[in-house]
Design a protein around this ligand. Structure first.
Ligand code: SF4
Length: 294
């Protein structure tokens, strides 16, 4: 009997490209080159995920706006009635892009690690005006969301590491007032960002101290706070890499299955996971509040 792999109701993260327009030190997604799939292959993959009753598609990367064809994939995802989200550094978002695409996006997550431009720059994120630019992006997203009468759930993703662990991000976070802030503990991925391990690593205790220092004020303002330790980050996501392969990041290493572009869902999942693994991922996804009430 075929093993039963149910991913109904879950989120699948499409890391559609490893390319990015910037090069943050802590990134664990852009250092090893993996070629991008064609748009036609991603269309096939989206159809397979629809058949599997996946609820939400998250477009990530690298920087998803670098992938030519993202707009078409967002449009198709909307037509297939997925909930959609993107994770972006925001640099390539423009007024025109937002006007043309925002109606196909339910959740926008913008990455921001601090309100302090010099800390942000020392992480090699942007060139000294990243914070200012993020503020502008938030205004533009809100403008088009209102103009087109399309609600967008706004998120900020913050990587907590040795350079920002003593920082106080409350002023910028309260000013931007997103619906949710996700704090992630910096973690080392073998062969990707390990050369920055010494510069950026923090303990789980340091991470929790940072989160608990800022959580009460954020929650008091109605902002949902979620935090992910290294362990949670590796074990609670279903990820397809730029070749459409499920990617298991547990144990700080990338392991890849067969591409969903060329294989059935059960063959693709089964080349990497057992049905029990999938149930554990589902459980952890719920624990980290990864299933949104959308
Ligand atoms: S913006 Fe994101 S994908 Fe690009 S280098 Fe930074 S962390 Fe990596």
């Amino acid at each position: 009997m075929e093993p039963n792999y149910s991913i109904e109701g879950l989120t699948v993260n499409l890391h559609i490209t490893r390319k990015c327009n910037i090069r943050c030190d802590y990134c664990f997604a852009v250092y090893k080159k993996i070629p991008d799939l064609s748009i036609e292959s991603w269309i096939e993959i989206l159809k397979k995920l629809r058949e599997a009753k996946v609820k939400k598609i998250n477009f990530s990367g690298g920087e998803p706006l670098v992938y030519r064809g993202l707009e078409k994939l967002l449009k198709l995802s909307r037509r297939l009635e997925f909930k959609t989200s993107i994770v972006t550094n925001g640099i390539l978002l423009s007024d025109d892009w937002l006007r043309d695409n925002i109606e196909n996006i339910d959740i926008m997550a913008v990455s921001l690690d601090t309100g302090n431009e010099s800390i942000q720059q020392s992480l090699n994120r942007g060139s000294g005006n990243y914070v200012t630019q993020t503020k502008r992006r938030f205004q533009e997203i809100r403008y088009w969301s209102k103009e087109l009468n399309h609600p967008v759930y706004l998120k900020i993703n913050t990587m907590v590491n040795r350079l920002n662990k003593e920082d106080n991000p409350l002023s910028i976070l309260l000013e931007l007032n997103p619906d949710r802030v996700k704090f992630l503990q910096f973690c080392v991925m073998e062969g990707e960002n390990d050369k920055f391990a010494k510069k950026l690593s923090i303990s789980e205790k340091e991470f929790q101290n940072y989160v608990e220092r800022v959580r009460p004020s954020l929650e008091k303002s109605g902002i949902t706070v979620v935090s992910e330790t290294e362990e949670m980050l590796w074990s609670s996501y279903l990820i397809l890499d730029p070749q459409g392969r499920f990617c298991d990041k547990r144990h700080g290493k990338n392991k890849f299955g067969y591409s969903l572009a060329k294989n059935s869902l059960s063959d693709s999942l089964g080349s990497l996971y057992s049905p029990t693994d999938i149930e554990l991922i589902r459980k952890k996804m719920v624990e980290r509040k990864g299933l949104y009430p959308l």
